[in-house]
Ligand binder design. Structure first.
Ligand SMILES: Cc1cc2nc3c(=O)[nH]c(=O)nc-3n(C[C@H](O)[C@H](O)[C@H](O)COP(=O)(O)OP(=O)(O)OC[C@H]3O[C@@H](n4cnc5c(N)ncnc54)[C@H](O)[C@@H]3O)c2cc1C
Length: 423
């Protein structure tokens, strides 16, 4: 059935104004260009800036029998979850509300708020979100992609800080997952774990309540260099006994491009006397050399990146890799024009690793196939269901079937579905 796009555009302009609709072909093509220069031409793009917009939008889209929609933040997500031929709901204008509650140590924030805006307001009041994204995307996108980042070594995923979200379901109903007054680790029914990391499959996050902490009073940044022939596992296991580690990130081929060594950026936070002890312990570890403190501090101060700061790549693969196979994993891929690597340790025993395959690699498909094929060998798995490689997700997400069965419950009226699970 063809959709009367002209009338639909008129109705949407009536709802949000002409400046908040993209319907011109060239603009749509530009909007649909992903980080790997592939084009995904959306049907239309509508930017919403108020909660009241959602209800009316739902009526409009049902009237025109729009089958499927895709929520989008800044479009930085590796798995291209925000790119499709659907109608795109752009949430970057839903960015006004930031409500700090110093009594409950929580912050309520609208989904379209970009991370650095939230960080600035929190820091000005002496607080912070203890888990930070790598790229300055939206809070909604960070939650929808599972929310690992700086500070995950100490705090895990954003799921551990997520009190509640408000979600727009396919029938326009707005529900709340979790509970504002209940810490995330409390037992009982909590839909947060369904929303966090599911890339918007079950509904659109409009706002969230997250736990915050006071800014750390004392800290140290250390930048370590580990020669290529030294196994990372014993070093990372030894570091696991250190209580003041807030964050560890890994760089290969990004900082020291002349050598094949691996760099670790370690952030220590805690009482001064323990910090000194732990710093001396790390500095006494064998097989490691240290860069100047200034360099470590500079790297930490510039940790939140713009996409233009990330390495050019024909494909980026994101996987959670246990530290036991990390060195093998890094060595294995050298044959593919020595990709570069960036990762964050999401706990003492596993890393969320991004492998950047250089633009000139011969055949992306072969890399993908090899990646799936070797996944057992490295015991790695994808962090979200939106992962690029279908086979990879099917192989590593045994609950996919249940998620598929759960989805219709969220899509009660089968009219307006947040992107179908295409497996
Ligand atoms: C080099 C590099 C390193 C990265 N490291 C990390 C990392 O360590 N940890 C990490 O979490 N991410 C990482 N990312 C991925 C990316 O930065 C994050 O996923 C980012 O937080 C996404 O935010 P965004 O606003 O750009 O989301 P988008 O890309 O716009 O969306 C991401 C996904 O979430 C869905 N979505 C977006 N907004 C909503 C909403 N309001 N409601 C429901 N669904 C929604 C989209 O449909 C899409 O599936 C990395 C990316 C790069 C390039």
């Amino acid at each position: 059935m063809t959709i009367d796009k002209e009338s639909l555009v008129k109705d949407l302009i009536d709802l949000v104004g002409e400046e908040n609709i993209i319907f011109n072909d060239d603009q749509l093509k530009h909007y649909g260009l992903d980080p790997f220069n592939q084009t995904h031409k959306p049907f239309l793009v509508v930017k919403l800036s108020k909660i009241s917009h959602f209800k009316r939008l739902n009526f409009i889209l049902r009237r025109y029998k729009i089958e499927s929609i895709t929520p989008r933040g800044c479009g930085f997500g590796i798995n291209l979850g925000a790119y499709s031929e659907d109608l795109i709901i752009d949430l970057t204008l839903l960015n006004q509300k930031i409500e700090l509650d110093t009594q409950t140590l929580t912050v309520k924030v609208e989904a379209g708020v970009r991370y650095t805006k939230l960080q600035k307001i929190l820091n000005e009041n002496g607080y912070r979100l203890p888990i930070e994204p790598i790229l300055d995307g939206t809070i909604g996108g960070f939650i929808a992609t599972g929310g690992y980042g700086y500070g995950s070594y100490q705090f895990g995923s954003l799921m551990n800080l997520l009190r509640s979200t408000s979600i727009v379901l396919s029938n326009g109903q707005i529900i709340q997952s979790g509970n504002i007054n209940t810490p995330p680790y409390s037992c009982g029914y909590n839909l947060n774990s369904l929303i966090c990391g599911s890339e918007g499959y079950f509904g659109i996050i409009t706002d969230a309540v997250l736990e915050i902490t006071p800014i750390a009073l004392e800290s140290h940044n250390l930048l370590l260099k580990i020669p290529a022939d030294v196994d990372l596992m014993p070093i990372l296991s030894k570091l696991a006994i250190i209580s003041t580690i807030h964050h560890i990130s890994l760089y290969k081929g990004l900082i020291d491009t002349t050598q094949d060594s691996t760099n670790l950026l370690i952030r220590l936070e805690g009482p001064p006397e323990i910090l000194e002890q732990d710093k001396s312990f790390i500095e006494a570890m064998p097989d490691i050399t240290f860069s100047k403190y200034e360099m470590a501090n500079k790297l930490w101060d510039n940790r939140i990146l713009e996409p233009s700061h990330t390495p050019k790549a024909s494909i980026i693969i994101e996987a959670i890799v246990p530290i036991s196979t990390l060195s093998q994993f890094l060595k294995f891929w050298k044959i593919y024009n020595s990709p570069t690597f960036f990762g964050t340790l999401i706990n003492p025993s596993s890393a969320l690793l991004y492998t950047f395959f250089p633009p000139e690699i011969p055949n992306v498909e072969t890399v993908m196939e090899t990646f799936v094929e070797k996944s057992h060998k490295f015991q790695m798995h994808p962090p979200t269901i939106g992962h690029l490689i279908k086979k990879f997700v099917e192989q590593f997400h045994p609950n996919l079937e249940y998620l598929k069965r759960l989805k219709p419950i969220f899509d009660k009226i089968h009219r307006l579905k947040v992107r179908k699970l295409q497996f």
